[in-house]
Ligand binder design. Sequence first.
Ligand SMILES: [Zn+2]
Length: 147
Amino acid sequence: MSATALRGGCHCGNLVVDLVLTQPAASYAPRCCDCSFCRKHGAAWLSDARGSLRVVQRDAAAVLRYRQGSGQADCLACARCAVLVLVTCEIEGRLYAAVNARVLDGEPGFASAQSASPQRLVPDDKRSRWQQLWFADVHIEAVDPLA
Ligand SMILES: [Zn+2]
């Protein structure tokens, strides 16, 4: 079993993501959510419940949060360059997240994206699905832009 470390972020560099996946990239199929928001962005979500995710916000004031997923999830996009980077949800006091695979650098070599339809789930089932699929080791840091 070989871990995969990937980096990515928004276009202007305000939001940076570093993720560690527990398996080779080819073992992951990003999930294209069929809700109207994700479709408009062309988002394909990637996560590993046993991996880890570190997010750096260079200017936290320039990060947009948009409530989605039955009002339970926050979609984070850069307010400067408009790239949708990740989605987070707090469940039982713990932060879970998935990354938009389109923002990752290089060509990680994931399996073909698959469609997913969480909008057909009731809110409780959405939360348990995310709890099973999303990163559970999530750290979001803000860097002082003047430092
Ligand atoms: Zn940006």
